[in-house]
Design a protein around this ligand. Structure first.
Ligand code: CA
Length: 434
C-alpha cells in the first residue's frame, strides 16, 4: 500500500478531523496523569502512545529505530535521524491506522496505546530547544510596522537581501496553555525623557510559524540552499508575545531583548515536513524591481516548491466574553505565503557563516500578516500602534491585551483533492504582573 492510496482510517474520529486526519500524524510529547513524558502521535481525537506500541512489537526495522529515538521524553534524537527515519515511521503509522489494517484489534484491545486526546493528557514541549532564533520574514508585517515609524520608507535597505533575524530566548519557550505573566520593565512615557519601571501596558501577540530543525551541521560548515529543506523536521505555531512599550525603549541599537524573552508559546504537535508536502507552493514572485536573492540563497527547486500554503488564524476571548459564553472573536486570518523568504532560505542563511544548527533548534518565521485589515498578525498593526481600538462582540474594546485575555492561534492547510490538515492550537492567557 502506498501513502497516497490510503485515505481512510479505522480510527473513526480521524476521518474528516479538522486537525489530525490520517494524513497528518504529527508527533508530540505528552504525559498522562502526571506520569513521565513520552512520545505520541495525534490521530483524530486520540494520542497513539509510541512507547507502548514499541513494547507491543508493532515496529521493526527503520521504523523501530525511529520510534526508539522518540522514547526519551523529547524528540531531539528523532529529529537528528533526519528525513528517512520520519518517512519510515510515517509509512508504518499509515499501515497501522489504515482502514482494514489487520492489527486494528491488537491496537484497540491494548487500549493504553490509543488514549483520548483531550482527557488527562498533558502536552509538553516536543523537544529540548537549545537555541531559538526569531526571523522577520513576514514582509507585510515588516511594512505595516515600518510604516508606523517611517511612512515613506517602511523597509530598511537590507530587508530584501538578508533574511533578518535575532537570537531569541530558548529557556522561556512553553507549550500551548501556559499562562502569560505580564512582564515588568522600563518604559519611556510619551513626552518624557526619563524612563519609569512597572508592568507592561502595551502587551501584544505575534502570529508566527515555528520551524523545527532536524539534522544540524558542524560548527564551521554551512548548509547549502539545495540541501536546506532536508534539515527541517516540521512546523508548529508560535506566539512571540511582545511588550511593545518595553520594546520601543530598549530595541535600539541591538534589537528586542526583555520585551520578547518573558515567554514564547508554541503549539505542541510537530507537523512533519512529509505531512506538509501536498501544501508546498512556488515562492511568490518578488515584485518588479526587487533584487534577486544572492546565489547562496537561491535554488530553482526551492523557488519552485519551497513556499507553504498554510492558513493562519488569531482569535481572542476576554474574561467577560467567556463569562457571557461568547465565542472566540477572530482578530485575523492570514497565510504563510506572506513570507518573503522560504524556510530553506532561513536554514541556509543561518548556517552560512559556520554557525552550528542542532536538532531541536527552533526558528520563528516572524509575524505573518497579510496586507489588508483583517489579516494583521499583531495588535500593533491592527490599532496602528495604539491609535485605534479593536471592538469586540462583548462591547469591550482593546488597544493592547488586558489581564484575562486569551489568544488562540490556529493553522490549516487545504488543497483540492487532498485531506485538510491542521496544527492544533497555540493558546495563552494573560495573567497579572507579579
Ligand atoms: Ca517576532
Amino acid at each position: 500500500m502506498t501513502q497516497t492510496s490510503i485515505t481512510r482510517s479505522w480510527v473513526a474520529s480521524a476521518n474528516g478531523h479538522a486537525d489530525f486526519p490520517l494524513q497528518n500524524l504529527p508527533l508530540g510529547i505528552f504525559s498522562l496523569n502526571g506520569s513521565a513524558p513520552r512520545s505520541g502521535v495525534a490521530i483524530g481525537e486520540h494520542i497513539f502512545d509510541l512507547q507502548a506500541a514499541l513494547d507491543a512489537g508493532l515496529f521493526d526495522g527503520a521504523a523501530r529505530t525511529a520510534v526508539e529515538a522518540t522514547c526519551c521524553g523529547h524528540l531531539n534524537a528523532f529529529f537528528d535521524l533526519g528525513r528517512s527515519a520520519r518517512v519510515a515511521l510515517r509509512e508504518r503509522l499509515l499501515e497501522l491506522f489504515a482502514e482494514g489494517c489487520t492489527l486494528q484489534s491488537k491496537i484497540e484491545l491494548q487500549s493504553a496505546k490509543l488514549l483520548p486526546l483531550a482527557a488527562d493528557c498533558q502536552m509538553h514541549l516536543p523537544a529540548k530547544v537549545n537555541d531559538y532564533t526569531d526571523f522577520y520574514v513576514g514582509i507585510e508585517h515588516a511594512q505595516n510596522v515600518g510604516k508606523l515609524f517611517r511612512p515613506d520608507n517602511p523597509l530598511l535597505p537590507n530587508y530584501k537581501y538578508v533574511p533578518i533575524g535575532y537570537h531569541g530566548r530558548a529557556s522561556t519557550i512553553r507549550p500551548s496553555g501556559t499562562d502569560v505573566r505580564r512582564p515588568k520593565g522600563q518604559t519611556l512615557p510619551a513626552g518624557q525623557t526619563e524612563p519609569t519601571f512597572g508592568p507592561c501596558s502595551r502587551l501584544d501577540y505575534e502570529l508566527e510559524l515555528g520551524i523545527w530543525i532536524g539534522q544540524g551541521n558542524e560548527m564551521g560548515d554551512s548548509i547549502a540552499i539545495v540541501d536546506a529543506a532536508e534539515h527541517i523536521a516540521g512546523l508548529c505555531l508560535l506566539n512571540d508575545w511582545s511588550a511593545r512599550d518595553i520594546q520601543a525603549w530598549e530595541y535600539q541599537p541591538l534589537g528586542p531583548f526583555l520585551s520578547k524573552s518573558f515567554i514564547t508559546t508554541i503549539s505542541p504537535w510537530v507537523v512533519t515536513a512529509e505531512a506538509l508536502e501536498p501544501f508546498r507552493k512556488a515562492q511568490p514572485a518578488r515584485p518588479e524591481g526587487d533584487p534577486q536573492p544572492l546565489p547562496y540563497l537561491l535554488d530553482k527547486r526551492d523557488q519552485a516548491a519551497g513556499a507553504l500554503d498554510i492558513e493562519l488564524e488569531v482569535l481572542l476571548t476576554t474574561a467577560a466574553m467567556r463569562e457571557q459564553d461568547l465565542p472566540a472573536h477572530r482578530l485575523a486570518l492570514s497565510n504563510s505565503l506572506h513570507m518573503y523568504w522560504t524556510v530553506a532560505q532561513l536554514v541556509a542563511h543561518h548556517s552560512v557563516n559556520g554557525c552550528q544548527l542542532q536538532a531541536g533548534d527552533l526558528f520563528g518565521s516572524g509575524t505573518l500578516s497579510g496586507p489588508e485589515a483583517g489579516q494583521f498578525g499583531s495588535l500593533l498593526e491592527m490599532t496602528e500602534g495604539g491609535k485605534k481600538v479593536v471592538e469586540l462582540p462583548s462591547g469591550e474594546v482593546r488597544k493592547f491585551l488586558e489581564d484575562g485575555d486569551e489568544i488562540i492561534l490556529r493553522a490549516r492547510c487545504r488543497r483540492e483533492g487532498f485531506a485538510s490538515i491542521g496544527f492544533g492550537e497555540c493558546r495563552g492567557t494573560v495573567v497579572a504582573a507579579r
